[in-house]
Each structure stands twice: as structure tokens, then as C-alpha cells.
Design a protein around this ligand. Structure first.
Ligand code: BV8
Length: 228
């Protein structure tokens, strides 16, 4: 059996990492247009660095939770039975990896990586970034950026995601509001291809009507129950 799982910020909520659109969520305290777009980075790079430095520290202090571990168990169980789990996340944290998942597709990039806009070199990066940070490869300053996908930028790995989505037997979305495209369109795409769809969330998402089934509750309870 091949399962495609799409996760969002809700799967990391119980690890203490904030979500974006819940009450008190990140986008209610910070303006994404001023902090999560290429234009914002060009206009006020230090403010963007400060925003991502804060989140990078938060990720380092957070621990994976029972939902991350349950997906890692599911990945091993499906492989042992000749199937597979395609774990696609919108999240930029590394909690899936630290929770034991072996293959994670980060379609919105990774907070613990940085990329030089001058030479294009990318690498793991756990420390703070600043405009003055020199690129370890080309030495230039002013070009280092968080290796995440901002609004208006093309998400990563779309061809591999599309191929895995259309060859799945089941599509499961976990902890996502269904507000951000193209990820929010995956459920309808799966359904149109005749693939069963299941939503696991705290509450019905914006795309709840694209799902055949749903389990509502905290991910640390709903995901282990589902994956069992
Ligand atoms: C693109 C990375 C072109 C950086 C992020 C008008 C209409 C339609 C689309 C658009 C439009 N105008 C612009 C667009 C495109 C735009 C978009 O969709 N905008 C939306 C807001 C309208 N999309 C883009 O710009 C994308 N790029 O389109 O390029 C293209 C496309 C295809 C091919 C070629 C070119 C790029 C989008 C990526 C932007 N980067 N983040 C960073 O993190 O700072 S977006 C950000 O939102 C995060 O990645 C996040 O993961 C993502 C989605 O949010 P969620 O994960 O769902 O989080 P949210 O808080 O919203 O929801 C949490 C859910 O969890 C809730 O439902 C809650 O109930 C639940 N929950 C809470 N606690 C728990 C829980 N569930 C279980 N247990 C709990 N304990």
C-alpha cells in the first residue's frame, strides 16, 4: 500500500512551535508580506533575518512529538510490507527527521539550511544569519538567506510530489489549514484521480469537503491512532 501524507504546522503545534493561522498564530503577530516574501528580503533583510533567527532558535529548542514518531513507524511498517510512505511537509522544521522519518520532502524548504543568493550554494545552517554573514563558498556578504520557499516563490520537488500523489492508494493531510497553494490543492487532485482522501486536523480545514473521511483531534492522539 502506498500512502501520501501532507503535513502542516499543526503536526508541530504540540512540540511548542506555533502555527500560522490559528488564533494567536504567527501571521496574526507578524505580517507575511513584510517577512516571508523575496520583496521583503530585498527591502528589509535584517528584519527578515531576525524573524527567521527567532524561529530557527525555536526549532532547535523544540522536540518531536508522538505524531512525528507515529509517522516514522508508519514509514517503516509500510516498507516492511512492500509499500511506501511519501512524507511531504509544508513545515520548515526538522521534527519529522528527529522523530525518526527517513525520507521527508520539504516542499517549502528548511529553516535549518541557508542559501547564498550570489553563488547559489546551499548548506545546513543552525546559527543566526545576518546581512554581514559571509557566504562560506564565495565569501560575499549580503547574500545569505534562509533556504525556505517564500510567498510567490516556486515550491520545491513538485514533479516528485505530483508523481507520488498520483501513484498513492491513500492521501492523508495532517495539521494543515488548506490555505496555501499548491499544497492546498493536493486533496482535490487526489480525489479527482480516484484516490481515497483522509483529513486529520484539530478542526475542519478550508478544504475539508475534498476529503472522504476525517479525524478531528490533537495530532499526538489522532495520528498514532490512525497509523496503528
Ligand atoms: C507559488 C515557508 C507559484 C516559509 C510558507 C490567491 C489564490 C490562491 C493562491 C494564491 C493567491 N495569491 C497567491 C497565491 C499563491 C500563494 C498562496 O497560496 N497564498 C495563499 C495565502 C492565498 N502560494 C505561494 O506563493 C506558493 N508559491 O504559488 O508559486 C507556483 C506554484 C506552482 C508552480 C510554479 C509556481 C508558495 C507558498 C509557500 C509559502 N511559504 N512557509 C515560512 O515558514 O516562513 S507558507 C506557510 O503556510 C508554511 O509553509 C505553512 O506550512 C503553510 C501552510 O500553513 P499550515 O501548515 O496549514 O499552517 P496553518 O497555521 O495555516 O494551519 C495549521 C492547522 O493545524 C490548522 O488547521 C489547525 O486547526 C491545525 N492544528 C493546530 N494545532 C493542531 C492542529 N492539528 C492537529 N493537532 C494540533 N495540535
Amino acid at each position: 500500500m502506498n500512502v501520501f501524507v501532507l503535513t502542516g504546522a499543526g503536526i508541530s503545534a504540540e512540540s511548542g512551535l506555533g502555527t500560522f493561522r490559528d488564533r494567536g498564530g504567527m501571521w496574526s503577530r507578524f505580517d507575511p508580506a513584510r517577512l516571508a516574501t523575496p520583496e521583503a528580503f530585498a527591502r528589509t533583510p535584517e528584519a527578515v533575518h531576525a524573524f527567521y533567527n527567532l524561529r530557527r532558535r525555536g526549532v532547535r529548542e523544540a522536540s518531536p512529538n508522538a505524531a512525528h514518531a507515529a509517522l516514522a513507524d508508519l514509514e517503516r511498517g509500510l516498507a516492511a510490507r512492500g509499500g511506501g510512505l511519501f512524507l511531504c511537509t509544508q513545515n520548515v522544521d526538522d521534527l519529522h527527521e528527529r522523530g525518526g522519518a527517513r525520507a521527508v520532502t520539504h516542499m517549502h524548504g528548511e529553516l535549518l539550511r541557508a542559501r547564498c543568493t550570489a553563488c547559489g550554494a546551499g548548506r545546513p545552517w543552525a546559527e543566526d544569519l545576518a546581512v554581514a554573514t559571509p557566504c562560506p563558498d564565495c565569501g560575499r556578504r549580503g547574500g545569505m538567506r534562509p533556504d525556505v520557499v517564500w510567498f510567490g516563490e516556486r515550491p520545491l520537488h513538485l514533479a516528485a510530489i505530483e508523481a507520488a500523489l498520483l501513484s498513492a492508494d491513500l492521501f492523508v493531510a495532517i495539521g494543515t489549514s488548506g490555505a496555501v497553494y499548491p499544497a492546498a490543492g493536493f486533496a482535490a487532485q487526489a480525489r479527482a484521480a480516484g484516490i481515497r482522501t483522509h483529513e486529520i486536523n484539530l478542526a475542519p480545514s478550508d478544504t475539508a469537503d475534498a476529503f472522504d473521511a476525517a479525524t478531528y483531534g490533537p495530532a499526538t492522539r489522532a495520528v498514532p491512532d490512525f497509523a496503528a
